[in-house]
Write a protein that binds this ligand. Sequence first.
Ligand SMILES: *[C@@H]1O[C@H](CO)[C@@H](O)[C@H](O)[C@H]1NC(C)=O
Length: 297
Amino acid sequence: MQPFLLLFLLSQVTVATSVAGCHSDRDKDHRPRKNCTAAGFSDVPAGLEPTTKVLLFPHNLFSSLSWSSYQIFTEIYEIDLTGNKVPELTPSGAPVLPSLGVLRLGSNRLTSLPDGSFSACPALTELHLSNNAIAALSDQTFSGLSKLEILDLSSNHIRVLPRLMLHPLPAIETLYIEHNKITVMPDDWFSQKEEVPYLLLSANPWACSCSLGYLHSYLDNYEYNIYIRDGPIYQVDAESVVCDSPGSLKGKPVVELKESDLCSSATEAGPAGDALMFTDAPPTKKSLKKSICAAFC
Ligand SMILES: *[C@@H]1O[C@H](CO)[C@@H](O)[C@H](O)[C@H]1NC(C)=O
């Protein structure tokens, strides 16, 4: 081989693999991208160009997300940490990643998300958190994310939807909460932005009692926004939201129930006609509301 050709080839190789384990290309919008898939990293390696806008680290060994370690990428748009070992997020006091639009943290080890978890990146439009073990959320978990359009919380351990959780998210378009342990949707949960065009709610143990009245009427109004998905395939399916309890309604689509089905089930253990009597616990405000509902809804 001619020496100058060898030199030329070597210089090309050097440019293309300046960091071992990463290769350079561009995303579909031509942003400069480093793809460091399954390269054994536990930290952001040194030597990546600061002009990089998309950083892919899926299936590496990151055990934390240090917001400031991405600050050198001054125009960072996307960080992909899918399939790492991040157990928790530390809220940052300041928006240290003001240009970050997409954050992928699926298949990590998150168990809870504290208030202001994403204050470091207020420009997020997509946040992917599926396949973690998230059990606890708060009204302020997503505070500051006024541009967030896609929120994926599917396949976690969520039992309770915080009443005001969606309030900081006026731009939400797609919400995935399927495959969790949610039994009830708080009244007026969608009040801040009534219509969410893509909603995935299936595979939750919905408890079909009077307190599910809000979800029931919401489904009635927005049936055409309820989807299921299989990989990249989406299908409208309002009947994917089914009761898990009480036993008599198990497997029934919520949207097919009558208001009276929901409310009568709240008292099905008691004999007919005693809807306003209290058999076990003394009446709390909530149980009183239920019983009144059972009698008159
Ligand atoms: C990143 O590189 C891996 C191979 O190392 C490839 O399988 C994957 O599709 C690439 N990701 C993107 C988004 O191009």
